[in-house]
Every structure is written in structure tokens, then in C-alpha cells.
Design a binder for this molecule. Structure first.
Ligand code: HEM
Length: 382
């Protein structure tokens, strides 16, 4: 069992000294400066030990939630909760405030838990359409369940939910421990876990696009997160799809055929119509024989914003690996109106050259709330 603030065993609650992550952080900074022999001994380290510089914490408070504004950390966990049917708005506000407290403490290093180190943590909390309707919340009118798509094999136990939380960190260890704290904070409100899903990204240098399990760079053609077309004041809508990928079958396809299916080059990530990764894919350019350079069934043609009047979604996907036969993509995209996802997915479900290798097996939609402040916790304005 872990030790929480408020627990009599917690040294802070008992009035004793509390070595939280905040203290370890500043101690770490002293060590990094090479001036902390005494502190090093107090922390049980040899006096000759040089600790590496610790990363700066992610600010939790802000107009928009850190899970959207901060760079994608390589380990993520999605956690969906269901509330009791009797829960009212006050219960929801209380629950969100309690979760906000945990998330704020996790990001500033003040959560007293020896299992947590001073590593960056980002998070977001979002409300599902059924709960928003049940409590008559003032949610964006666009918040609605998705329709069924051809080829869907959805498992309801892995999708949906009243509340959707996403926490990201450098390591799955951190997201796992934080999930435990969030569930402990949620329990007094009767909120029960509905599903949880871990995801990861390969470690890449800053500014480089990570690859997905097909080996292609994923996330290249994303809008600027500040684009006002993505937001409802400081909130937005998340569309989540758990998509199984038959990576072995795709790997057996020759590279040039893979590139035609994707519409981009494997190694550079450049569109077939260009030469550099960030060249805009030109879906209208043709070969001398009249065929399209980016084929009619290529993924980047069918998902192109040019077919949606320029409307874009912000994709922040992760890979998942739940065993040899269950690996794929956690598609997480943020947009003002999930009808955009529906239009794109209808085109993909019909014609995408990737379809023989993909199965959508879970789905969720949720309204990502505006960020919080110390005096205005998550959900305070609901
Ligand atoms: C496992 C399934 C999928 C894989 C492996 C995949 C992979 C990719 C890759 C490699 C790119 C090109 C690089 C980039 O711009 O990020 C891309 C672009 C894109 N994908 Fe997917 N994707 C998948 C599912 C989806 C789904 C379900 C949607 C939405 C319904 C979607 C929407 C998009 C969009 C909007 C773009 C950018 C198009 C552009 O602006 O050029 N993808 N995807």
C-alpha cells in the first residue's frame, strides 16, 4: 500500500520533515552544481557522487492542459472511469478537483511517494458525451459519440467511459504509480475504472518525428497546436481509437509498395510528391502517364486536409504492445469537431491501402476540459 498525504504515516501530516520530490529536485540541483557533499550524504549518496542534472518539471497549471501543450513524453497511460448513475454535477466537480490535486502534485514534485522521481509528467482530463448529456453540462455542441464505421470490431469494455484521463511520463513506472494515486483519489466519489491502456513512443531526439510500428514517421503533418481551429476556448475534443496493426504482414510487403500505400517515403518521411519530410503532400500532382504520384488509395491522400476544406486534427498517437498478436496504434487526435474524424475515417474505411493490416478494436470520444489554476481546479467552471 502506498503512503498518501493525509495518511497518519505521512511524515508531513505528522508534522515531521517530508522529503517530497520537490525537495529531491532542489537537492538534485545542488548536487548537479557540485556543491552538495553534505546533502549527498543526507540522501545516502557517496560524497564523491555527481548526480546528473534533473529535468525541469512540466507546469501543471495553465489555460490548456499539459497533456496537450507539452511535448509528447514517451510513456503514456489512458484511464477511463465510470461514475455512479446517481452522481451529480457537484460530485463530478469534487472528483475533478481531487484528480487535479494529484496531477498538480505529480507535476511539481510534491506528491510524497518514494516510488516517484523528479521526472516530468503531463496530463489531461476529459468528459465523455454520455456523462455530459446525463448532467446537462455546458459542453461543446459538437461533443457526440462516433457512428459505426465499416470494418469496426469494437470491444465496448476497452472503450467509452464517463471520464478519460491521460498521463504521460518518461517511463511506464511513473504512469503506473500515478494511475494508482488517481484511482485512490477517485474511489471516495464512487468512480470505478472502466479500462486502461498503456502506450509508448520510441525515444527520439527533440524535434524528430517518432516512428510507428509499421516503421513510418507518424505525426509529421500536424497543425500548429496554437491553431484556433482546434479549440473551444481552451478545451477541445479527443478522438481515441485502438487500432491493431498486423506488423508482420506489413513488414513482408516490399518497401516501394509500403510507400505507395502510405503515400510517403519510409526512411525520410517525405511525401511521394516531394523530397523533404515537411514538404506538403501534393495529392493532385500526376505522373506523365496520368496516374497520381500519391495513389488514389494512399493513406495520406485519403486523410488529406485538402479533402476537408483545410480542416485539421492534432494527432498525438502512441504505439501499444499487449502481446505478439495485439500490437498497434493508440490513435489520439484532438479537434474542434469529431465530425472531421468521421469524414476522414469514412474515406479510410472505404479505400485505405493500409486496411488489410488494420483493425479498429476500441473507440472513445471526450471533451478535453480547459486547464486549471490553483484557485480554479479542473471542472470548476462546469
Ligand atoms: C494504425 C493506423 C494508422 C497508421 C499506421 C497511420 C499512419 C500515418 C502516417 C505514417 C502518416 C504520415 C505522416 C504524418 O503526417 O503523420 C499519417 C498521416 C495522417 N493520418 Fe494516419 N495512420 C493511421 C490511422 C489514421 C486514422 C484512423 C486517421 C483518422 C481517421 C488518420 C489520419 C491521418 C491524418 C489526418 C494524417 C495527416 C494527413 C496530412 O495532413 O497529410 N490516420 N498517418
Amino acid at each position: 500500500m502506498h503512503i498518501e498525504s493525509g495518511n497518519p504515516q505521512d511524515t508531513a501530516a505528522a508534522g515531521g520533515p517530508r522529503i517530497g520530490r520537490r525537495m529531491l529536485l532542489s537537492a538534485g540541483a545542488v548536487l548537479a552544481a557540485g556543491a552538495g557533499a553534505a546533502t549527498a550524504t543526507a540522501l545516502g549518496r557517496g560524497s564523491g557522487h555527481q548526480a546528473p542534472a534533473l529535468p525541469a518539471p512540466v507546469p501543471h497549471y495553465g489555460a490548456r492542459q499539459s497533456g496537450l501543450t507539452y511535448r509528447q513524453l514517451p510513456a503514456t497511460r489512458l484511464l477511463a472511469l465510470d461514475l455512479p448513475a446517481t452522481a451529480d454535477r457537484d460530485a463530478l466537480r469534487g472528483l475533478l478537483a481531487a484528480l487535479d490535486k494529484v496531477l498538480a502534485a505529480a507535476s511539481d514534485g510534491s506528491l510524497a511517494d518514494p516510488r516517484l522521481s523528479a521526472a516530468p509528467v503531463s496530463s489531461l482530463a476529459a468528459v465523455g458525451p454520455a456523462l455530459a448529456a446525463r448532467l446537462k453540462l455546458d459542453a461543446p455542441a459538437e461533443l457526440a459519440e462516433l457512428p459505426a464505421f465499416p470494418g469496426d470490431r469494437l470491444d465496448p469494455a476497452r472503450g467509452g467511459g464517463d471520464l478519460l484521463l491521460q498521463i504521460s511520463a518518461e517511463q511506464p513506472w511513473t504512469t503506473g504509480v500515478l494511475t494508482e494515486h488517481l484511482l485512490t483519489a477517485a474511489r471516495p466519489f464512487g468512480a470505478a475504472p472502466r479500462w486502461s491502456q498503456a502506450g509508448f513512443l520510441p525515444n527520439v531526439p527533440d524535434g524528430e518525428t517518432p516512428r510507428n510500428l509499421f516503421g513510418f514517421k507518424d505525426g509529421t503533418a500536424n497543425p500548429d497546436p496554437a491553431d484556433p481551429g482546434l479549440w473551444h476556448s481552451d478545451g477541445t475534443i479527443l478522438v481515441y481509437r485502438r487500432i491493431r496493426m498486423d506488423t508482420a504482414a506489413f513488414a513482408a510487403v516490399p518497401t516501394d509498395r509500403q510507400e505507395l500505400a502510405m503515400g510517403r517515403h519510409l526512411m525520410s518521411g517525405a511525401p511521394l510528391s516531394g523530397t523533404a519530410e515537411h514538404d506538403d503532400p501534393d495529392i493532385y500532382i500526376k505522373h506523365p502517364d496520368g496516374s497520381y504520384v500519391i495513389p488514389v488509395d494512399a493513406h495520406v491522400r485519403l486523410s488529406s486536409p485538402r479533402l476537408d476544406g483545410g480542416a485539421r486534427m492534432l494527432r498525438r498517437g502512441y504505439s501499444y504492445d499487449d502481446g505478439p498478436d495485439d500490437r498497434g496504434l493508440l490513435f489520439c487526435a484532438f479537434m474542434r469537431d469529431p465530425a472531421l474524424f468521421t469524414r476522414v475515417q469514412n474515406r479510410l474505411a472505404e479505400n485505405d491501402a493500409l486496411n488489410p493490416y488494420l483493425t479498429h478494436n476500441a473507440s472513445a470520444v471526450a471533451w478535453v476540459l480547459p486547464g486549471s489554476r490553483p484557485d480554479r481546479p479542473l471542472g470548476a467552471t462546469l
